[in-house]
Design a protein. Sequence first.
Length: 319
Amino acid sequence: MSSPPPTSTRSELFRALGVLAEPPGPEHARLAALVGLPVPSRSDWTEAFMVQLAPHASIYLGPEGMLGGDAADRVAGFWRALRLRVPADADHVTALLGLYATLLEAEVNESARARRLLWREARTALLHEHLLSWLLVYTAAMGDVGPAPYRRWANLLREALSAEAADVGAPARLPMHLRDVPVVSWTGEGLDALLDGLLAPVQAGFVIARAHLAVAARHTSLGLRVGDRRRMLRGLLEQDPPATLDWLAEHARTWSARHAADGHIAGPIAASWAERAATTAAALAASTSEYHHAESPGDPAVNRKESHRDPANTGGRRR
């Protein structure tokens, strides 16, 4: 295994990647050139971080799939444990990558061995608990749906995280973010419960961005509603539940395999995401099968009318 680049180079890389996730400014051209990336436009940034994938850890690690909540509190708690001021967007990728760069620099600049080990422990905790826990998922999704400059950005960030994991070792246990998270459940709970779970990455085990839903609409030959992701996905499920559930199951299986391939980087983190996506895929596939079975006997038109009312009423098992 090759040794990692010098710490100063690594810290500069993480800090630059963090800044490049902010709205493009005059310094972006210099930073992009420094790390070998194309210069993004303002429209590229808007598409990547405003339209497709907001760069906040809490969205991907919180069971609500939204900003804030326990996930954001855990991230803020890490800043406090280091006796640092908690920034307004403590779980934003820019803040977290900047913090990681700071810990790298503190470790290499510390002359006392005991304190140097403490800095290394802090850096390892940040990497395992608050970076690898979601950024492998995030960068994979950005690779799917981001504009070209940010697909390159995501690939470079993924490579940098992999190198850091090789340096300190893969995590030995699950981060708190990934423990005791509910699985996607919708039996008897209605379409809203299904949408809640599918749009919360840590529950579903995968990300559904707007561009993914556009792919789903093309694949199923369905119309795509204008609106937020919830409205878009609801529209697909209401138009043709079996076709949409089938696409979602395949999407989940693809993500499960993708997570499993990250096992050498993230160990139990990758395994947890892979298992969750596989569980969701199995439940969605079972729902699709039950739809097809329900439409066979009796009057097909009546059965289709009934099943279209609420796609959540025919499948999935609560765990």
